[in-house]
Design a protein around this ligand. Structure first.
Ligand SMILES: Nc1ncnc2c1ncn2[C@@H]1O[C@H](COP(=O)(O)OP(=O)(O)OP(=O)(O)O)[C@@H](O)[C@H]1O
Ligand SMILES: [Mg+2]
Length: 169
């Protein structure tokens, strides 16, 4: 499979259930499913082959300049951590924000994905949110790695349409 997506472009992949869309989205970030083996191919991003980056470089890229919104957001969230702390982790790791700046930005991000009462929501745990709200938290996490008010950084969303409001940016 060959795909080329330029900055600012959007690409949707459509196919029947089980045809490999999620497998492809994961592979683009270098995640192989159990039993998977990388035999050939490359994923080029800003000139670098993402599949051949050193583990630390790949970790820096994931969640900052390239992010994935997983199909099942609920399962991807840590059940033992409050929502705010999970989003803040990305801001402190990738954007090097201090604790209070991260706290402020988390509330801003949760508001941007239209979560209600974001200032109170930061203290809630994933099981206290609906499936659609969990998915929006995952989108906020994907947005967290980029600088505020910038756009055009790639984010891969896996089956994002299911529980989302129509008004998402
Ligand atoms: N961890 C895994 N180990 C082995 N096979 C898997 C694993 N996860 C998925 N598969 C298989 O890989 C194939 C592709 O699955 P994938 O999840 O990529 O499909 P999909 O196109 O995203 O489907 P859907 O639209 O239902 O989300 C399926 O046949 C599935 O059974
Ligand atoms: Mg899928």
């Amino acid at each position: 499979m060959n795909l080329a997506v330029a900055r600012g472009e959007r690409l949707g992949i459509v196919g029947e259930s089980g045809c490999g869309k999620s497998t492809l989205a994961l592979a683009l970030l270098g995640f192989l499913r159990s039993g998977g083996l990388l035999l050939d191919g490359s994923v080029r991003f800003d000139g670098a082959d993402l599949l051949r980056l050193a583990p630390t470089e790949l970790q820096r890229l994931r969640g900052s300049r390239v992010a994935l919104v997983p199909q099942n957001a609920g399962q991807s969230l840590n059940p033992s951590m409050a929502i705010g702390a999970q989003v803040a982790e990305i801001l402190t790791f990738h954007r090097r924000l201090g604790r209070s700046a991260a706290r402020e930005r988390v509330v801003e991000l949760l508001g941007q994905v239209y979560l209600p009462a974001p200032a109170a929501l930061v203290r809630r745990y994933p099981h206290e949110l609906s499936g659609g709200q969990q998915q929006r938290v995952a989108i906020a996490m994907a947005l967290a790695g980029r600088a505020p008010r910038t756009c055009g950084r790639p984010a891969r969303a896996d089956a994002p349409w299911c529980p989302l409001p129509r008004s998402l940016p």
